[in-house]
Ligand binder design. Sequence first.
Ligand code: KG4
Ligand code: ZN
Length: 358
Amino acid sequence: MLILALETSCDETAASIVEDGRAVRSSIVASQFDLHADYGGVVPEIASRAHVERILPVIRAALDRASLTLKQIDAIAVGHRPGLIGSLLVGVAAAKALAWSLGKPLIGVDHVHAHLYSGLLEAPDQSTIDHAFPALGLVVSGGHTSLYRCDSPTQLTRLGATIDDAMGEAFDKAATILGLPYPGGPNLDRLASTPGADPRAVKFPISRLAPDSLNFSFSGLKTALLYTVRGLPAPGGIFSRDHTNLDEKRRADLAASFQHAAVEAAVLKLNRAIDSVNADPAGREPLRAILTGGGVTANSHLRAALKSLAARRNLQLFLPRPDFCVDNAAMIAGLGYHLLQAGHTSDLTLAATPTTAC
Ligand code: KG4
Ligand code: ZN
């Protein structure tokens, strides 16, 4: 079964064709990076206008790359929540028009849930996917940081989420504090990987929250970095220093120390979640795997930490390949396939929705 998926929730215009939820026949992503760089972040109105201009060429490119025509497509999937409303509307309107004109099913897909599926794309066979469940799911992106219990690709229960900044948002703000250009997360990762950068140079706080909490908090860590770089603010919020007072070694040490604390906080909550799910009195099967996704899973230190955590806890780890960590439409097509199999199709009343359902 061939699913054509569209993804326009933020600043990437993406289309992809995936066969049977696994074989990625094409995945096209038109990044708007250059349109937003001057502003240091995504400008919603610019993003939605760019989606309108790019959506049709991106769909055409996805069909051409897969050597397919629209008539060969079996269903249309679209990321319809969460995201920027103006951006989501473009993908949802295009997907409805395609589904209606082709007379094919329409499938609304939650973008955050789709991130969890991205590590299962290109699984060698369906039984690899079946054997991953029950799994613990971690989504760490620019807008979301959440933990899930996953009983199948479509049966997800949220166990915890950030109470303030998302992990990627904290990386982006930390990068700004350190004077790094947009996009902050990958640039901070690179700086922290400078040979000799010491992750223990500054002992930044690792957020724990209540002893049994599975929620995250990254704003204290961000503020700790801010005060380390700029000093305590004088009355009126005036800082006496900024990143230009740091030498290169100190900047790299601060990047590595920030990254270390952020990754340790994620690992701490994963360990707690594994213990809590496996101690579930409902006596369900113990966890078999960890599913991960979202832009921050491209982070080199987080990837290494997840690998050693999974090995220590004897769990299989599904880490997406780097281009499937960040926003893409292949993950929407992949999860869309399983939603269709489970009978979860949408009609033309499908709404673009800024928030996730769970
Ligand atoms: O999943 P994504 O593309 O968009 C959202 O759904 O939010 O994630 C983008 C986020 C940004 O905050 C970006 O800085 C972060 O992922 N990111 C990284 C890295 N690559 C992307 N953060 C840390 N290290 C990276 N290598
Ligand atoms: Zn995303």
